[in-house]
Design a protein around this ligand. Structure first.
Ligand code: ZN
Length: 75
């Protein structure tokens, strides 16, 4: 059995702990879509957005929304 690799955010950088891409990286997005329904996904990502806004005080909140939550709005 292959060990599952977790693509989770590293705080406060919000890079993926595994692949160092901006989180959610593509593997994280695919995992989130595969393992959550739409409502759970939006709640999960919104909670992460709140943490990201705290950690990335100089970032544009709209850009953080697009990156953390926006991609999932139509998935
Ligand atoms: Zn990753």
């Amino acid at each position: 059995m292959r060990a599952r690799v977790l693509h989770v955010p590293d705080r406060p950088s919000w890079e993926c702990q595994h692949c160092r891409a901006a989180w959610p990286c593509q593997p994280a997005r695919e995992d989130i879509v595969a393992t959550t329904d739409r409502v759970s996904r939006m709640i999960y990502l919104s909670l992460h957005l709140a943490d990201a806004i705290v950690d990335q005080r100089d970032a544009d909140p709209a850009a953080l929304f697009d990156r953390v939550v926006g991609w999932a709005c139509n998935s």
